[in-house]
Design a protein around this ligand. Structure first.
Ligand code: GLU
Length: 472
C-alpha cells in the first residue's frame, strides 16, 4: 500500500446508532486500523427537519462504548455549506453544471408525461444549454453525460454498470441555496481525502452520480465497497420486531462491547470458520476480500452466546467496571476491588449477560439470605439440622480455607452423620445462597469467609427449627 488508507463513517443523526450503521462504522474503522490509516467521523445533518443533537450524542456515545475511535472529526455538514457552494461554483464555471429556472410544476409535469409514455421520469434538459445566470428560485443541475456508461468497480460486488441515459441532470443546489445529499457527500469525501468508502448497498444507486461528480471535479475516485444489508430472521430488512435495533440497548441489557463488535463483524465478514474474535485479532485479520456478497441475518441468540463467551474470556478486572451499575441498580453495596473480583470469577462460567451476573452476585452481599420458597421447602428440612450445625462448628475452628481443608471437613461431617455429600451440599447451598443453583460450594465458602458462613448456617438451622415448631 503506497498511500495512507482514509475511511469514514458519516451517519445521519435522525435516531440512535442501529445494528446496520454500527456494522458499517466497524468495517471502516477496522479497515483503517488494519492499514494504520485514518478513520474520519462526519455527521450528515443537512436535513435539519430530521437531525437532532440527541441523536448526535447517542451516536457518539454508542461509538465510544464500542471502542470505535476516530482520528478526525466529528465534522458537521451543517457547518460546511460555504465549502459546498464553492465547489458547486467550480462546476458551474467549468461547464459541468448549470442554473435551471424551470418551476417545480413544470418539472413535475415532464416527469408525469415521461412516466405516462413508459419513459424514465427525468428532467428534459430545457435549461441545459441556456447559460443562465443565478436568479431567484433557480436550482443548479449537474450536466450528466447523455451517452456511455458509468461503472462502479465495487470491491465487494464486482463491477456494476449504469447506462448514462438512465441518469438525470440531478440537482446539486436547491432553490433555497442548500446543497443536495450527493453533492455534499462527494465534496466532503474529496476535501477530507477519503480514499476508501465502505457503506451499505442501499447507497448503490447514489454511487454513479457521485462518480460523475468526482470526474467533473477532476479527482481520483475512492475505492468503493457496498456491503449487503443486514436482514431479520424472516429475511426482510432488519427492523425493531427482530430485536432491539439500537446498539446501546444491548449495553443496558448487560452485553459487553467486545461481544457486540465480534457479533457485528460476523454479520457480513468471515475468517474461515472462526467465530470468536478479540478486537486486536480483528484488526490484524480484517480485509475487504472476506466481506460476503450475501446479506447477514441478525440472530439475537447467537449474539447472546457470543456474549457468554466473551464474559468467560474476560478477566474479573475487565468485568467489574461494567458490572457495577447492574449491582447498584439492585441496591447492592458492592464496590470494585479484590472481593468483587473473586465473586466475578465464580460467576463468569454461568452468566450470559452482566444482568445475569449481577443477579447471581447478590447473595454474596446480603446480610440476610432470602430463601427461594421451593428451595427452602425441599432442602431446609429437620434432618439437615445436625450436619449444618456440625459444619458450622468445624468451620469456626478452621484456620486455612483451602479447598483441601474444606473437603476434609465435609468428609468428617459425612462420616459423623452417615449422610452422602449430596444430602449435605444442597441444603448448605440453600443456606448460603437461598437458591438451588449457584457457583461451587467450596468457592462460595472461601469467598464468604468463616463468620458469614457460620452465621448463614446458624440462621438456616433457626429457620428449620422455627418452621418445625409452627408446623408441630
Ligand atoms: N449519511 C448516510 C447514511 O447515514 C451515509 C452516506 C454514505 O456512506 O455515503 O446512510
Amino acid at each position: 500500500m503506497t498511500h495512507k488508507i482514509i475511511t469514514r463513517f458519516p451517519p445521519s443523526p435522525s435516531g440512535y446508532l442501529h445494528i446496520g450503521g454500527a456494522r458499517t462504522a466497524l468495517f471502516n474503522w477496522l479497515y483503517a486500523r488494519h492499514f494504520k490509516g485514518h478513520f474520519v467521523l462526519r455527521i450528515e445533518d443537512t436535513d435539519t427537519q430530521r437531525s437532532t443533537r440527541e441523536s448526535v450524542d447517542a451516536i457518539l456515545d454508542a461509538l465510544e462504548w464500542l471502542g470505535i475511535d476516530w482520528d478526525e472529526g466529528p465534522y458537521f455538514q451543517s457547518q460546511r455549506f460555504d465549502v459546498y457552494r464553492e465547489y458547486i461554483q467550480k462546476l458551474v464555471d467549468s461547464g459541468h453544471a448549470y442554473y435551471c429556472s424551470c418551476t417545480a410544476e413544470r418539472v413535475d409535469q415532464i416527469r408525469k408525461e415521461a412516466m405516462a409514455s413508459g419513459g424514465k421520469p427525468k428532467y428534459d434538459g430545457l435549461c441545459r444549454e441556456k447559460g443562465l445566470k443565478n436568479q431567484q428560485g433557480a436550482v443548479v443541475r449537474f450536466k450528466a453525460p447523455l451517452t456511455g456508461t458509468t461503472v462502479i468497480d465495487d470491491v465487494i460486488k464486482g463491477p456494476i454498470v449504469f447506462q448514462n441515459t438512465e441518469l438525470d441532470d440531478f440537482i446539486i443546489l436547491r432553490s433555497d441555496n442548500t446543497p443536495t445529499y450527493n453533492l455534499a457527500v462527494v465534496v466532503d469525501d474529496i476535501t477530507m481525502n477519503i480514499n476508501t468508502v465502505i457503506r451499505g448497498d442501499d447507497h448503490v444507486n447514489n454511487t454513479p452520480k457521485q462518480i460523475l461528480l468526482y470526474k467533473a471535479f477532476g479527482v481520483d475516485l475512492p475505492i468503493f465497497g457496498h456491503v449487503p444489508m443486514v436482514l431479520g430472521s424472516d429475511k426482510s430488512r432488519l427492523s425493531k420486531r427482530h430485536g432491539a435495533m439500537s446498539v446501546t440497548a444491548y449495553r443496558e441489557m448487560g452485553y459487553l462491547p467486545e461481544a457486540m463488535i465480534n457479533y457485528l463483524v460476523r454479520l457480513g465478514w468471515s475468517y474461515g470458520d472462526q467465530e470468536f474474535f478479540t478486537v486486536p485479532d480483528l484488526i490484524e485479520k480484517f480485509s475487504m476480500e472476506n466481506i460476503g456478497k450475501s446479506a447477514g441475518v441478525f440472530n439475537p441468540d447467537k449474539l447472546l452466546s457470543l456474549n457468554a463467551d466473551h464474559i468467560k474470556a474476560a478477566s474479573p478486572k475487565r468485568l467489574s467496571g461494567p458490572l457495577l451499575p447492574f449491582l447498584v441498580k439492585r441496591n447492592c453495596p458492592a464496590s470494585e476491588g479484590a472481593f468483587l473480583n473473586k465473586v466475578i470469577e465464580t460467576l463468569k462460567p454461568r452468566s450470559k449477560t452482566l444482568e445475569e451476573m449481577a443477579e447471581g452476585a447478590l447473595f454474596y452481599y446480603v446480610e440476610d439470605v432470602a430463601y427461594e420458597e421451593a428451595a427452602a421447602k425441599k432442602f431446609l428440612t429437620p434432618d439437615t439440622v445436625l450436619p449444618m450445625t456440625l459444619l458450622a462448628e468445624k468451620l469456626k475452628s478452621l484456620e486455612d480455607f483451602t479447598e483441601k481443608n474444606l473437603e476434609d471437613i465435609f468428609k468428617s461431617v459425612m462420616d459423623e452423620t452417615g449422610l452422602k455429600l449430596g444430602k449435605i451440599a444442597q441444603p448448605v447451598r440453600v443456606a448460603l445462597t437461598g437458591k438451588t443453583a449457584s457457583p461451587g460450594i467450596f468457592e462460595i465458602i472461601e469467598i464468604l469467609g468463616k463468620d458469614a458462613v457460620a452465621k448463614r448456617l446458624t440462621k438456616a438451622v433457626a429457620h428449620i427449627e422455627k418452621r418445625t415448631e409452627t408446623m408441630g
